[in-house]
Design a protein around this ligand. Structure first.
Ligand code: HEM
Length: 477
């Protein structure tokens, strides 16, 4: 790796091409911390021929999320990975200005009116799942697997609509799985390899296109019938020039949303429950708040449905999700590609074109400098958000097209700037409603032999290392 003194320092390596890949791949967070200590918040390492410039702490987060789009883009970093999964014409397969319009279209399906309709569906899906699969009074389950299924059922029902949700058992879930298998580091690193998964994903896409096309055509036949879901919102949406999204792009956008939220929300809900299993005091406080707010005991299956406002205001559940995301952010490497040399503000460094830059907000989110007992799960630390170092609150604006949305926060599990996550509120409502339902019906404890799982860094989204065994016990009236 040739080195120019104006570039950030380079991590030494011994094997050309491969560079630091192995050390980084085994534990990216340890790797980044080690070299952050040595070189500061900006340094470069080699990974299979790619030059990755790591940018961490508040300055690094802000730089990656708010750098000028004319110099650094997400689409050049991600499209080879996401196109086989999402399909063409959406997200990173279009110019950035079009993605900003597509994000605006998605917002219509994430309105408060929609959330009101989604909550009873979330509860029904979770109840249906546990009634079918957690049939004993107590038992051990693979929690990640169970939660992943609850996430796919709840998200498919509310985003893709009841018609496609009802086809999940007719092979649609397998088609998603085929697409998902392209979403791995191998596909990112070896984009030029003719992997068989690409062929399989093309076939799965063709089949999904056919299913979406028939559902959309059916809905168009019954124009007066309103459905409150993302499919209806996208079918009704228009670009600024008045053009609608084509049916194919409606389908691809739905796949993209489903995939973006699947492992991220499943991992977060699973880690939240595992931590609750270890912290019965937090469970008691949370149940107490739930019962006071709802004005009745919440035990068993026939619990009353909370309104959108109740779910939104349940601050113990909010703290649980926020704290889980702080120490177990499922996305730990957010990337961009440099297309024109770019200077890092307030440093003498210039990053050359061709490099990738990588943000890893979990580094600041678990830094003692910002959080006492930084690696410990303490939801109550969010009780007085104002006392915490600039909390995530500053960035709840979606950042549509904005280039200056503040990213000067140590905790940014949803990113920042123009590419900030669009699904944050959906994820919070979905995860909180799932936790509300499960905590009313079950007590949880860690499997004594397995304990608290480690993190598995082998996938693009960091998951708890499986099997994620957890014990459940039905609560009785
Ligand atoms: C982008 C995290 C759930 C849709 C992002 C980004 C992060 C993130 C960090 C920024 C990526 C980057 O800057 O490179 C999460 C987490 C979630 C979650 C932690 C759950 C706990 C969802 C859900 C949806 C969604 C439920 C859809 C309903 C998207 C989309 C983008 C995105 C479309 C791309 C935005 C862009 O590039 O402009 N997410 N997400 N996410 N997320 Fe999420």
């Amino acid at each position: 790796l040739s080195y120019n003194p104006s570039e950030p320092p380079v991590v030494p390596y011994y094997v050309p091409f491969i560079g630091s890949m192995i050390e980084f791949g085994i534990h990216p967070i340890k790797f980044i911390r080690k070299y952050q200590k040595r070189y500061g918040n900006f340094f470069t390492f080699l990974m299979f021929g790619r030059r990755m410039t790591v940018c961490v702490d508040i300055d690094g987060n802000d730089f990656v999320f708010n750098v000028k789009h004319s110099s650094v883009t997400a689409e050049d970093a991600y499209n080879s990975l996401t196109k086989p999964v999402f399909g063409e014409g959406v997200v990173y397969d279009v110019p950035n200005s079009m993605l900003m319009e597509q994000k605006r279209m998605v917002k219509a399906g994430l309105s408060i009116e929609n959330f009101r309709a989604y909550i009873p569906i979330f509860i029904k899906e979770v109840n249906q799942y546990v009634d079918k699969h957690w049939t004993d009074d107590e038992g051990t389950v693979d929690l990640l697997q169970s939660i992943s299924e609850m996430i796919i059922m709840t998200a498919s029902h509310t985003l893709l609509g009841p018609e496609i949700r009802s086809k999940l058992y007719e092979g649609v879930a397998d088609l998603y799985h085929t697409l998902d298998s392209c979403f791995t580091p191998i596909h990112f690193l070896f984009e030029w390899l003719p992997l068989p998964s690409y062929y399989a994903s093309e076939k799965a896409h063709a089949e999904l296109d056919r299913i979406f096309a028939s559902v959309i055509a059916e809905r168009r036949k019954h124009i007066g019938e309103k459905h409150i879901d993302m499919l209806d919102a996208l079918m009704a949406s228009r670009y600024k020039n008045g053009e609608p999204l084509s049916d194919k792009h409606v389908g691809n956008m739905l796949i993209a949303l489903l995939m973006a939220g699947q492992h991220t929300s499943a991992a977060t809900t699973t880690w939240a429950l595992l931590n609750l299993a270890e912290n019965p005091d937090v469970v008691s406080e949370t149940r107490e708040e739930m019962e006071t707010t709802m004005g009745c005991a919440l035990v068993g299956k026939d619990i009353p449905e909370p309104s959108y406002e109740t779910i939104k205001d349940l601050s113990s559940l909010d703290n649980i999700v926020r704290e889980t995301l702080r120490i177990r952010s499922p996305l730990v490497q957010l990337m961009r590609k440099v297309i024109k040399p770019v200077a890092i503000p307030n440093t003498d460094y210039v990053i050359p074109a061709g490099n990738y830059i990588m943000a890893s907000p979990i580094i600041s989110a678990t830094d003692e400098k910002y959080y006492k007992g930084a690696e410990d799960w303490i939801p109550s630390r969010w009780n007085n958000v104002e006392d915490e170092a600039t909390a995530d609150k500053a960035t709840t604006d979606y950042g549509f097209g904005a280039t200056t949305t503040s990213a000067r926060s140590p905790t940014l599990p949803f990113g920042g700037g123009r590419h900030r996550c669009i699904g944050e509120q959906f994820a919070y409502v979905q995860i909180k409603t799932i936790l509300y339902t499960l905590l009313s019906r079950f007590d949880f404890s860690l499997d004594p032999k397995r304990g608290m799982p480690e993190r598995n860094y082998q996938s693009m989204v960091v998951l708890p290392e499986g099997p994620v065994l957890c014990r459940y016990k039905r609560r009785k009236d």
